[in-house]
Design a protein around this ligand. Sequence first.
Ligand SMILES: C[S@@+](CC[C@H](N)C(=O)[O-])C[C@H]1O[C@@H](n2cnc3c(N)ncnc32)[C@H](O)[C@@H]1O
Length: 385
Amino acid sequence: MPKLTGNERLIEIIKNKIKQKGDISFRDFMDMALYYPELGYYTSDKSKIGEKGDFFTASELDEAFGALLAKQFAEIFEKLNTDNFKIVEIGAGKGYLAYDILNNLKKNYPKVYENSEYILIEKSPYHIKAQKQLLKDFQNTKWVQDIIDFEDESIEGVIFSNELFDAFPVYLIRKKNNQIWEVFLTLDEEENIIEVEKPARKEILEYLKELNINILEGMTTEVNLDAKDYIQLIGKKLKKGYVITIDYGYPSAELYKYYRMKGTLLCYHKHRYSENYWENVGYQDITSHVNFSALKHYGEKVGLKTIAFTDQAHFLTSLGLMDIFAELQEKGDWQSYERLNRLKTLVLPKGMGEKFKVLIQTKNIDNPKIKGIEILPPQTDRYKL
Ligand SMILES: C[S@@+](CC[C@H](N)C(=O)[O-])C[C@H]1O[C@@H](n2cnc3c(N)ncnc32)[C@H](O)[C@@H]1O
């Protein structure tokens, strides 16, 4: 196995931790690589999202994404009819999506803009700084350090995220000799990193059992216990409203298919991807696909009702993306033509359209139907949670 490369200070800290303890769980390695104070990928000052970073997100692509979400939130605002309406965005990155949503609410839905609060929860100090700078001219914006800072059942409105859960540290597991093992990392005499397997911890086995997941012999895959805990926190904090989760991933039945024997863990560095998590430590993103069956299951345990599991293409089309296409086509100038091309990425199956899913859960809502789920994808196995 290879040597760790990347941020030397962070590598020293990780190596010391391994030496102290003998080994560390892959999950703890990933947590340090992404979130170690000041040195982790998300906690450092380095540019991450966009052309100068390592990957693109829909938030950066075009303002239409935020405009359509604003339209959806305005409908939910009317439905909830409360004086205490909150839009809570978790893991808002550089804040572009918040900017487009707030801008659209202000322009097209002033009643919603005036009577709601936009709350951002973000773990990366680098991103918080960028968000505060970008959103400084909007009223009613607020930053909350952690979702646990809300009282239980205190949020009325929408709690949403775009590409949050895929950025959580995950346990790596492997099935060998008909047993589930957890991957730990240790060092050999030359300080090369080596994977060692230990019988999987109780929480992993419980998770697999509860979700009825049977992985194949020889398969290595991920278990995102942080996502399980987080959706339960969201469910507990919500009093009444919607949880909208946009991310790449699948239901269990699809996630653990035979053609994903190596799981879904990927690293992004300067718009290239690899499976080499030991490289560019602190300088590259590490992600995995979200298990939406788990979000549904653990959400239900805290009172969240799943009302739809759709994809970005159907969600945005239901909200009126085609009208935006038509407007741009009619304008016919080169800027509109460029926007049209960018927007296609949001809906084309090979772009973000099918890869990105949208999970919609509610709490204490009687008639939950909303515009974004008017047109749904064919209910194949890829959409059965
Ligand atoms: C892949 S980025 C997505 C950013 C943004 N939503 C976008 O679409 O461009 C993930 C973001 O989630 C943040 N994050 C990860 N875990 C978090 C947590 N537990 N609470 C709040 N933010 C978190 C990261 O710091 C990062 O800003």
